[in-house]
Design a protein. Sequence first.
Length: 208
Amino acid sequence: MAPLDPLFVSTVDSGNLAACLWTLKQAALAFAAEPASERGLTPELAAGLRKIAESCERFSSARWIFSFLYQDDRKTLSVGYDVTAQRLEQASYDLLASEARIAAFVAIAKGDIPQDAWLHLGRTHTLTWGGRAMLSWTGTMFEYLMPLLWMRHRPGNDHGTERGGRGSSATGVRGPQGPAVGHLRIRLLRGKKKWITGMPRLESPNWR
Protein backbone atom coordinates (compact mmCIF):
# COMPACT_ATOMS: atom_id res chain seq x y z
CA MET A 1 0.00 0.00 0.00
CA ALA A 2 1.15 3.52 -0.78
CA PRO A 3 -0.41 6.95 -0.16
CA LEU A 4 -2.04 8.66 -3.12
CA ASP A 5 -1.02 12.05 -4.46
CA PRO A 6 -1.47 14.77 -3.45
CA LEU A 7 -0.16 13.79 -0.03
CA PHE A 8 -2.41 15.21 2.66
CA VAL A 9 -3.02 14.34 6.32
CA SER A 10 -6.74 14.73 6.94
CA THR A 11 -7.58 15.51 10.56
CA VAL A 12 -11.12 14.12 10.58
CA ASP A 13 -10.17 10.98 8.65
CA SER A 14 -7.31 10.36 11.07
CA GLY A 15 -9.70 10.74 14.00
CA ASN A 16 -12.23 8.40 12.39
CA LEU A 17 -9.57 5.75 11.74
CA ALA A 18 -8.19 5.95 15.28
CA ALA A 19 -11.69 5.57 16.74
CA CYS A 20 -12.34 2.59 14.45
CA LEU A 21 -9.12 0.86 15.48
CA TRP A 22 -9.68 1.39 19.19
CA THR A 23 -13.27 0.18 18.93
CA LEU A 24 -12.34 -2.89 16.89
CA LYS A 25 -9.55 -3.73 19.31
CA GLN A 26 -11.84 -3.68 22.32
CA ALA A 27 -14.61 -5.58 20.54
CA ALA A 28 -12.15 -8.29 19.48
CA LEU A 29 -10.78 -8.62 23.02
CA ALA A 30 -14.28 -8.72 24.49
CA PHE A 31 -15.43 -11.46 22.12
CA ALA A 32 -12.23 -13.44 22.65
CA ALA A 33 -12.83 -13.42 26.41
CA GLU A 34 -16.42 -14.67 26.22
CA PRO A 35 -17.33 -18.20 27.37
CA ALA A 36 -17.31 -20.68 24.50
CA SER A 37 -20.92 -21.60 25.21
CA GLU A 38 -22.16 -18.07 24.60
CA ARG A 39 -21.36 -17.71 20.88
CA GLY A 40 -19.70 -21.00 20.05
CA LEU A 41 -16.25 -19.49 20.44
CA THR A 42 -13.43 -21.88 19.53
CA PRO A 43 -9.78 -21.57 20.64
CA GLU A 44 -8.81 -20.85 17.04
CA LEU A 45 -11.36 -18.07 16.72
CA ALA A 46 -10.30 -16.57 20.04
CA ALA A 47 -6.68 -16.58 18.89
CA GLY A 48 -7.68 -14.90 15.65
CA LEU A 49 -9.59 -12.19 17.53
CA ARG A 50 -6.57 -11.53 19.74
CA LYS A 51 -4.42 -11.15 16.62
CA ILE A 52 -6.90 -8.60 15.29
CA ALA A 53 -6.63 -6.68 18.56
CA GLU A 54 -2.83 -6.79 18.34
CA SER A 55 -2.93 -5.45 14.78
CA CYS A 56 -5.22 -2.59 15.84
CA GLU A 57 -2.86 -1.76 18.69
CA ARG A 58 0.15 -1.80 16.38
CA PHE A 59 -1.44 0.44 13.75
CA SER A 60 -2.83 2.93 16.26
CA SER A 61 0.45 3.12 18.19
CA ALA A 62 2.69 3.76 15.18
CA ARG A 63 3.82 7.30 15.98
CA TRP A 64 0.24 8.50 15.68
CA ILE A 65 0.08 12.08 16.94
CA PHE A 66 -2.38 14.94 16.55
CA SER A 67 -0.40 17.70 18.23
CA PHE A 68 1.10 19.02 14.98
CA LEU A 69 -2.45 19.59 13.67
CA TYR A 70 -3.38 21.81 16.61
CA GLN A 71 -3.65 25.56 16.11
CA ASP A 72 -2.60 27.28 19.34
CA ASP A 73 -4.09 30.64 18.40
CA ARG A 74 -7.54 29.22 17.64
CA LYS A 75 -7.35 26.30 20.07
CA THR A 76 -8.81 24.03 17.39
CA LEU A 77 -7.51 21.40 15.01
CA SER A 78 -6.61 22.37 11.47
CA VAL A 79 -8.44 20.61 8.63
CA GLY A 80 -5.14 18.92 7.85
CA TYR A 81 -1.53 19.08 6.78
CA ASP A 82 -0.34 19.44 3.18
CA VAL A 83 2.63 17.07 3.07
CA THR A 84 3.80 18.16 -0.39
CA ALA A 85 3.86 21.84 0.54
CA GLN A 86 4.85 21.07 4.15
CA ARG A 87 2.13 23.41 5.34
CA LEU A 88 -0.51 23.25 8.05
CA GLU A 89 -3.80 24.40 6.54
CA GLN A 90 -5.14 27.59 8.09
CA ALA A 91 -8.77 26.48 7.90
CA SER A 92 -10.04 24.57 10.91
CA TYR A 93 -12.86 22.24 11.86
CA ASP A 94 -14.49 24.00 14.75
CA LEU A 95 -18.09 22.75 14.98
CA LEU A 96 -19.27 20.23 17.53
CA ALA A 97 -21.94 18.92 15.14
CA SER A 98 -19.43 17.39 12.74
CA GLU A 99 -16.74 14.75 12.43
CA ALA A 100 -14.39 17.25 14.07
CA ARG A 101 -15.88 16.09 17.36
CA ILE A 102 -14.34 12.64 16.92
CA ALA A 103 -10.89 13.96 16.01
CA ALA A 104 -10.88 16.39 18.94
CA PHE A 105 -12.10 13.70 21.30
CA VAL A 106 -9.39 11.24 20.22
CA ALA A 107 -6.64 13.87 20.33
CA ILE A 108 -7.65 14.96 23.85
CA ALA A 109 -7.91 11.37 25.05
CA LYS A 110 -4.39 10.66 23.77
CA GLY A 111 -3.07 13.77 25.52
CA ASP A 112 -1.97 15.32 22.23
CA ILE A 113 -3.94 18.56 22.60
CA PRO A 114 -5.33 20.52 25.59
CA GLN A 115 -8.72 19.66 27.05
CA ASP A 116 -9.83 23.22 26.37
CA ALA A 117 -9.95 22.38 22.66
CA TRP A 118 -13.29 20.68 23.34
CA LEU A 119 -14.71 23.94 24.64
CA HIS A 120 -13.71 25.72 21.43
CA LEU A 121 -15.83 23.53 19.18
CA GLY A 122 -18.67 25.74 17.93
CA ARG A 123 -22.16 25.24 19.36
CA THR A 124 -24.14 27.85 17.43
CA HIS A 125 -27.90 27.17 17.46
CA THR A 126 -30.78 28.34 15.33
CA LEU A 127 -34.55 28.01 15.65
CA THR A 128 -36.23 25.51 13.35
CA TRP A 129 -39.35 23.37 13.39
CA GLY A 130 -40.38 24.76 16.74
CA GLY A 131 -37.10 23.95 18.49
CA ARG A 132 -33.40 24.69 18.60
CA ALA A 133 -31.02 23.15 16.11
CA MET A 134 -27.26 23.06 16.41
CA LEU A 135 -25.61 24.14 13.19
CA SER A 136 -23.24 21.89 11.27
CA TRP A 137 -21.22 22.77 8.17
CA THR A 138 -23.76 21.64 5.60
CA GLY A 139 -26.72 20.38 7.63
CA THR A 140 -26.31 16.75 6.53
CA MET A 141 -27.34 13.81 8.69
CA PHE A 142 -23.88 12.37 8.12
CA GLU A 143 -22.30 15.18 10.14
CA TYR A 144 -24.72 14.74 13.02
CA LEU A 145 -24.78 10.95 13.14
CA MET A 146 -21.20 9.95 12.26
CA PRO A 147 -19.76 10.74 15.74
CA LEU A 148 -22.44 8.61 17.39
CA LEU A 149 -20.91 5.46 15.91
CA TRP A 150 -18.24 5.70 18.62
CA MET A 151 -19.48 8.23 21.16
CA ARG A 152 -22.30 7.71 23.62
CA HIS A 153 -25.29 10.00 23.19
CA ARG A 154 -27.17 11.18 26.24
CA PRO A 155 -30.71 12.61 25.82
CA GLY A 156 -30.79 16.35 26.37
CA ASN A 157 -27.10 16.87 25.72
CA ASP A 158 -25.40 19.31 23.38
CA HIS A 159 -24.52 16.90 20.57
CA GLY A 160 -27.12 18.10 18.11
CA THR A 161 -29.06 14.91 17.40
CA GLU A 162 -32.39 15.09 19.17
CA ARG A 163 -34.34 16.53 16.26
CA GLY A 164 -32.68 14.31 13.67
CA GLY A 165 -34.85 14.63 10.55
CA ARG A 166 -35.91 18.16 11.40
CA GLY A 167 -32.54 19.81 11.31
CA SER A 168 -30.95 17.71 14.02
CA SER A 169 -31.25 20.12 16.89
CA ALA A 170 -30.19 19.91 20.49
CA THR A 171 -32.84 20.51 23.13
CA GLY A 172 -32.70 20.89 26.85
CA VAL A 173 -29.19 22.36 26.89
CA ARG A 174 -28.45 23.44 30.44
CA GLY A 175 -25.68 25.75 31.58
CA PRO A 176 -23.39 28.02 29.55
CA GLN A 177 -21.57 25.11 27.94
CA GLY A 178 -24.20 22.39 28.01
CA PRO A 179 -24.10 19.03 29.80
CA ALA A 180 -21.99 17.36 27.11
CA VAL A 181 -19.09 19.72 27.70
CA GLY A 182 -19.16 19.28 31.44
CA HIS A 183 -19.47 15.52 31.02
CA LEU A 184 -16.27 15.27 29.00
CA ARG A 185 -14.29 17.65 31.19
CA ILE A 186 -15.24 16.00 34.47
CA ARG A 187 -14.49 12.54 33.15
CA LEU A 188 -11.09 13.60 31.83
CA LEU A 189 -10.07 15.29 35.05
CA ARG A 190 -11.10 12.26 37.05
CA GLY A 191 -8.97 10.09 34.81
CA LYS A 192 -11.61 7.41 34.31
CA LYS A 193 -10.65 5.72 31.07
CA LYS A 194 -13.96 4.15 30.21
CA TRP A 195 -15.81 7.39 30.88
CA ILE A 196 -13.58 9.57 28.75
CA THR A 197 -14.45 7.80 25.55
CA GLY A 198 -18.08 7.13 26.28
CA MET A 199 -17.51 3.42 25.63
CA PRO A 200 -16.45 0.79 28.17
CA ARG A 201 -12.79 -0.20 27.93
CA LEU A 202 -12.09 1.87 24.82
CA GLU A 203 -8.54 2.92 25.50
CA SER A 204 -5.65 4.80 23.97
CA PRO A 205 -2.17 3.22 23.96
CA ASN A 206 -0.99 6.10 26.16
CA TRP A 207 -3.43 5.35 28.95
CA ARG A 208 -1.59 2.38 30.36
